[in-house]
Design a protein around this ligand. Structure first.
Ligand code: ADP
Ligand code: MG
Length: 408
């Protein structure tokens, strides 16, 4: 949970008698939020960041270790949840650009910067990497490619598919290859300028859409099956094909492992405002927007509840991912094959007390999720018939030799 400070906008926009802060943290229980009131309420989380916490604090404590997981091949998802103006976009850095004060940079630019410097580090030097980014928005249950060519109707439609292994694939989406932090930030900035925003009396720039910025990392790494043989470089031309197995003694050491290609996805999700529709005094088109956004967050809540309640989870095998585009897109990031962090953003002002308590309760439920994380590795050459035929021949040969040796 992250509590933002009272902002200068609060001092202008909120009625004076409701401007005071109702949230506090205690040094003796650093993972607790205390809500003031007739009867104090206490909520506990994995991390609590008070109003004085910096962008760097949040990143170093809650996010940094996820970058290593990502480089190891795990899918990672960070969701920012909370009412409009609670600090989701600020925390996530969804609309950061290259002019921003370095201290104010959010999670996305920090993560991308760690990622690029890690790839250069000694630890990962023997691997080959390739990175792509995409940026998608869900607005009225429509999927909009924020990096797509053209605008409006002429943009290609994004579709959600599932492959035979149950992996969720997004087709028709621009995935742009990037080589530097600067390139990533320029796409982030361009995409966020395309985001759907509209004014209501809650916040002039409030956002009624979900935005998902994704980084896809493809890498080839050598997994040694024991011993510490030096890792050979992958063959430039044949891509992931493993080194050929000649009878030469010199190449024996390459037999101590396999080249594997690993693909992992990092989703940075800036969710739509979680406030109830009635507070936005919506009319006409706004009502439809409000309702369909609530359907995405409602479905997310139901999925989280089905995954998070240990009693329910035992009896229900059905998790309602298909109830909204948001949950469908994030299917393999919620209770699936991923490391997931939800950051619940809250305002400390008394004026927002009802929504704040709703958010704290929602985040409390989400905390019960137990993700089942595995690495998305596929053996190099798995789709290469020639490689597989050679492998079969070799295995047959080995069986023959073993049979002969044991006299079976
Ligand atoms: P949301 O995306 O949830 O609608 P924003 O991230 O746009 O909210 O935050 C609303 C306002 O509060 C912005 O002006 C933002 O700069 C400011 N703000 C949010 N969190 C913090 C924080 N931790 N420290 C300082 N200012 C913040
Ligand atoms: Mg926002």
């Amino acid at each position: 949970v992250r509590i933002r400070p009272i902002t200068s906008e609060d001092l202008v926009n909120l009625p004076t008698r409701f401007q005071k802060s109702v949230l506090s943290t205690a040094p003796y229980a650093p993972n607790q939020v205390i809500v003031a009131g007739e009867k104090k309420q206490y909520f506990s989380y994995d991390y609590v960041f008070g109003p004085d916490s910096t962008q760097k604090d949040v990143y170093d404590r809650a996010v940094l270790k996820l970058i290593d997981k990502f480089l190891e091949g795990y899918n990672v998802t960070i969701l920012a949840y909370g009412q409009t103006s609670s600090g989701k976009t600020f925390t996530m850095g969804t609309s950061d650009n290259d002019l921003i004060d370095p201290d104010d940079k959010g999670i996305i630019p920090r993560a991308v910067s760690t990622l690029f410097s890690s790839m250069e580090s000694a630890q990962y030097k023997t691997r080959k990497f390739s990175i792509k980014v995409s940026f998608i928005e869900i607005y009225n249950e429509d999927l909009i490619d924020l990096l797509g060519e053209g605008d409006g109707e002429s943009r290609p439609q994004v579709l959600i598919r599932e492959d035979s292994k149950g992996n969720i694939l997004w087709s028709g989406l621009q995935e742009i290859k990037v080589n530097s932090v600067e390139e990533v930030i320029s796409h982030l900035t361009r995409g966020s300028l395309n985001r759907q925003t509209g004014a209501t009396d809650m916040n002039a720039k409030s956002s009624r859409s979900h935005a998902i910025f994704s980084v896809t990392l493809a890498q080839q790494k050598f997994i040694s099956s024991g011993g510490s043989s030096p890792s050979p470089q992958p063959d430039q031309k044949s891509g992931v094909r493993p080194p050929s197995r000649s009878n030469s003694r010199l190449s024996r050491r390459f037999d101590e492992g396999e080249w594997v290609s690993v693909t992992s996805k990092f989703h940075f999700v800036d969710l739509a405002g979680s406030e109830r529709l009635k507070r936005t005094s919506a009319v006409g088109e706004r009502v439809k927007e409000g309702i369909s956004i609530n359907s995405g967050l409602l479905a997310l809540g139901n999925v989280i509840s089905a995954l998070g309640d240990p009693n329910k989870a035992k009896h229900t095998t059905h998790i309602p991912y298909r109830d909204s585009k948001l949950t469908r897109l994030l299917q393999d990031s919620l209770g699936g094959n991923a490391q997931t962090l939800m950051i619940a953003c809250v305002s400390p002002a008394e004026y927002n007390l009802v929504e704040t308590v709703n958010t704290l309760k929602y985040a409390n439920r989400a905390r019960n999720i137990k993700n089942n994380a595995t690495i998305n590795a596929e053996e190099a050459g798995w789709n290469d018939v020639e490689h597989l035929q050679t492998l079969v021949m070799r295995l047959r040969n080995e069986i023959k030799i073993l049979k002969a040796a044991t006299g079976v």
